[in-house]
Design a protein around this ligand. Structure first.
Ligand code: SR1
Ligand code: MG
Length: 425
């Protein structure tokens, strides 16, 4: 049967039939329904009480296709089940950073959630040059808690395997396997290039052997390293912020994968914002550099904060015997072996993170699903120059990921890549 989106009156009547939601919106109140979805997959509605607009919820519904493309790209609606399960799991681990789920319907494939009325999509805020003083700390906490508590470092082995099984999300993983790790590196028809992007930059993605090997290694890790429950699509369009709060939304791509994939997605988007600031930050003759420095500071603080909190959780649970982590080392009264293992673990996670950061940046430059940081640059030559810098930087991250020794070195590389544009110009 052909899918038809709910009409406003159908949705309003439906919501009033759910006691918990009816109570939130006001008993049988008149409701305003506005479709606001600008994502690639789903329909999203803001529903508010006309008399008391603060009484409001968000409804998200999965149609049986990819919204960006339409019915030509069918998708099963069961993807909503993964999103609801992940919202609940992450919400239990990090209630201060995940919207509350009020109701989920596995026949209509929709979820009713907390409305974040005083927050905006982070990507929009970054394009406008807004400083969010608490953002890096919030994201470090979110990443440390969600990635640690889903892993074998905390769960017992059986529970973790069961969680990984329940988290199998093949259909959406396939989208990532193709759009992030495959199509951008071949002449796939879904790719979209800026007209001014030099052909040599595109050719390099297809033929530079060290880069292709590095991307293949990251794809292997994505497909095989079932370390923890990931958000799976943690870009700056999946985060809502204001000056005091940060919320992570849209975990429909959640699955058991490598920890560095979520961390890398976030860093990639800060770095895309950094390079594109060269355009957005010059509007009205302003100086882009102060905000670029702030963006690089976010990269450093997210990584360092995440690593410190993740290790803190690991040690805390090891000391209290509340975690499974001792299994990996066994008898080690001085904790010397455990600390050495932790250091090696974080070192490997850092390299993974950089590799995924590189892949996520490249796909946003040449793949079909782009980011407004780049696409909202109207000057074709300026946009292409920024895109070339993103590609060069991403390639270095991928190829040098084992050699880059710390996050400070990464931001130095970003600054040097940015400055090299000024030399070329
Ligand atoms: C075709 S769907 C494109 C992208 O949208 C989502 O946000 C994911 O990043 C996916 O790869
Ligand atoms: Mg999304």
């Amino acid at each position: 049967m052909e899918f038809e989106a709910l009409t406003s009156s159908e949705l309003a009547a439906y919501l009033h039939r759910i006691p918990a939601v009816n109570a939130l919106l006001g008993d049988d109140s008149e409701l305003e329904v506005v479709e606001v979805g600008d994502g690639n997959l789903n329909y999203v509605y803001f529903v508010s009480n006309v008399q008391v607009p603060q009484q409001s919820v968000v409804v998200k519904q999965a149609p049986p296709f990819l919204r960006l493309v339409g019915e030509a790209w069918p998708l099963t609606r069961q993807r909503m089940e993964h999103e609801v399960a992940a919202l609940r799991r992450f919400g239990a681990l990090c209630p201060q950073h995940v919207p509350q789920v009020y109701h989920a319907d596995s026949e209509l494939f929709l979820v009713v959630m907390q409305r974040l009325a005083s927050h905006r999509i982070l990507r929009r805020g970054l394009i406008d040059g807004i400083v969010y003083p608490k953002l890096a700390g919030h994201m470090a906490t979110y990443l440390a808690r969600t990635l640690f508590y889903g892993s074998d470092l905390f769960l017992d082995a059986e529970a973790k395997k069961e969680a990984a099984r329940a988290g199998i999300n093949s259909e959406l993983c396939k989208i990532t396997e193709e759009l992030v790790f495959t199509f951008p590196f071949e002449g796939h028809p879904s790719n979209v290039y800026s007209e001014a992007l030099p052909k040599a930059a595109i050719e390099r993605l297809r033929h530079h052997v060290p880069l292709r090997v590095a991307v293949a290694q990251m794809k292997w890790a994505f497909m095989n390293h079932a370390e923890t429950l990931l958000h799976g699509d943690l870009h700056t369009g999946s985060i809502m912020v204001n000056q005091d709060e940060s919320y992570v939304i849209d975990p429909e791509f959640a699955f058991y994968g490598p920890m560095g994939f979520d961390v890398g997605a976030l860093l990639a988007n800060f770095l895309l914002a950094f390079f594109s600031r060269e355009w957005h930050g010059r509007v009205d003759g302003a100086d882009p550099r102060p905000y670029q420095s702030w963006l690089l500071k976010q990269v450093v603080e997210v990584w360092n904060g995440f690593a410190a909190q993740f290790l803190g959780l690991w040690r805390e649970h090891e000391n209290t015997g509340g975690a499974n982590s001792w299994h990996f080392i066994g008898d080690d009264p001085s904790h010397e072996c455990a600390e050495a293992f932790r250091a090696a673990f974080i070192r490997r996670l850092f390299a993974d993170t950089l590799g995924f950061t590189g892949c996520k940046m490249i796909r946003r430059i040449v793949g079909m699903a782009k980011v407004a940081d780049i696409t909202s640059i109207p000057d074709a030559a300026a946009r292409a120059a920024i895109e070339v810098r993103c590609l060069q930087f991403a390639e270095t991250l991928l190829v040098q990921r084992e050699a880059l020794m710390g996050i400070e070195e990464v931001v130095e590389l970003a600054t040097a890549t940015q400055l090299s544009r000024e030399v070329d110009a």
